[in-house]
Every structure is written in structure tokens, then in C-alpha cells.
Design a protein. Structure first.
Length: 236
């Protein structure tokens, strides 16, 4: 087999771009780990609460009704272990995945999308990294605005379609193409990268729309300070 130097160089560059993570990706991964730790803490808290409630129940029964014998303690202990195990392993967050993005609330849509996109990142071309980074940044930027947005507002519908439908549909359609076909046809990766660039641009526009009121308020405060304290300001 004849080795194509250009193709080998392209693959090496792709590998480096995929594994040399940018600040945006590292920050997104840090936030994802924090959410995972929070999830674990909630599970442990639930298990502890179930265990404590079971102990109190057994003690209360023994004091109010009748002493609990050895067999009763064994049965209660077994039931507590089962209940605590269920509380520990039952997730408190909605299952993650592209299908779940259409069902989550606005307040958690960007968080779920960020986790999902991070999981897909290594399956996409390294040349797509700049667009992925831009999308991760915008997901983080618009999260507090979406959390306060009226679910029936037009921008809410735009955000749901862009983040919950169009983005995962683009990525899933690319990943659905066999790897051998993607390797044989570079145009497939180019179309993915172009599509991600479009999504990143729309995310930027959406971010600007959502933050417009805050920007106007900032500009108003700036004009007030210039008027009040600037060189041409009139005394008090």
C-alpha cells in the first residue's frame, strides 16, 4: 500500500487538534465534572436519608409497639440495604442523550447539551474543534438567560430547535455514516464542519438577542455616568 504523505499529515494534525484541548473544552469538562460530583452527592444524600429513616422507623416500632427480635432486625436491615441501594443508583438527573435534549427544561437544556457535545467531541474531526469550542462557549454564556426566559417566548422556541434538535441531528447524521465512508470521502467532514460553523454563528446571534436588555442597561448606565461626571457635566 502506498502511503499518501498529505493524508498522513492530515490525520496527524487531526489527532493533535482532537487531543490538545482548548481552554473552552477544558472549562466545559470542569463544569461537567462538577455536575457529576453534584449528582453523586445527591445520590449519597438520598441513600443516607433512607438509611436514617429506616433506623428511626425500626427504633420507633420497637419503642411504641413491640421489641424487634433478631429476625426482625435482619429483615429490616435487608430492606434498608435494598432501599438505600436503589436510592444510591437511581439517577437524580434526566438520562443524557440527544433524544433527551428535546425533553429537558430551558434551565438545564444547555447543561445537558454541553455534556452531550463533550461526549461526541472525540468522534468528530479535529478540524471541527474551533466550531465545537465556540458552541461550548455560547452554551455556557446563554444558560443563565435561558433559565429566566419565558418558555413560550419566541427565543425559547429558537433555542430549543437549535440546541435540542438541529445540533444533535447534524452530529448524529455524521456519526451515522460508517467510519470507512467518512475516511474515503473528505467532503463529509467538510460538511459537518460547515454545519457546526453555522450552528456556532446562530448561537452567537441567539446570545446577543438574549443579552440585549442587559446590554442596553449597561449602555444606559455608561451614558448616565458620562453625563453626571464627565468633562461637560453640570455641577450638582
Amino acid at each position: 500500500m502506498v502511503l499518501d504523505p498529505d493524508r498522513a499529515l492530515e490525520r496527524a494534525e487531526d489527532f493533535l487538534r482532537r487531543h490538545m484541548k482548548s481552554k473552552a473544552t477544558r472549562e466545559a469538562e470542569r463544569r461537567s465534572r462538577q455536575r457529576a460530583m453534584g449528582e453523586l452527592g445527591r445520590r449519597v444524600g438520598r441513600a443516607a436519608a433512607v438509611t436514617g429513616a429506616s433506623g428511626v422507623g425500626v427504633l420507633g416500632y420497637g419503642l411504641a409497639v413491640a421489641p424487634v427480635g433478631a429476625s426482625g432486625l435482619i429483615a429490616a436491615g435487608a430492606a434498608t440495604l435494598v432501599a438505600a441501594g436503589a436510592a444510591l443508583f437511581w439517577p437524580s438527573r434526566r438520562p443524557q442523550g440527544s433524544a433527551a435534549l428535546t425533553m429537558v427544561g430551558l434551565g438545564t437544556l444547555t447543561l445537558e447539551a454541553e455534556d452531550w457535545l463533550l461526549r461526541q467531541r472525540n468522534s468528530m474531526p479535529g478540524r471541527a474543534a474551533p466550531s465545537i469550542d465556540a458552541i461550548l462557549l455560547r452554551l455556557h454564556d446563554i444558560q443563565p438567560y435561558l433559565a429566566k426566559l419565558d418558555p413560550n417566548a419566541p427565543l425559547a422556541g429558537e433555542a430549543r430547535r437549535l440546541i435540542g434538535e438541529h445540533l444533535p441531528r447534524l452530529v448524529n447524521s455524521y456519526l451515522g455514516v460508517p467510519a470507512s465512508a467518512r475516511d474515503a470521502n473528505p467532503e463529509i467532514a467538510k460538511r459537518l464542519i460547515g454545519g457546526l460553523g453555522i450552528v456556532a454563528g446562530e448561537m452567537q446571534r441567539l446570545c446577543e438577542e438574549l443579552s440585549r436588555d442587559q446590554l442596553l442597561n449597561f449602555e444606559t448606565q455608561g451614558r448616565f455616568l458620562e453625563t453626571r461626571y464627565g468633562d461637560d457635566a453640570v455641577g450638582p
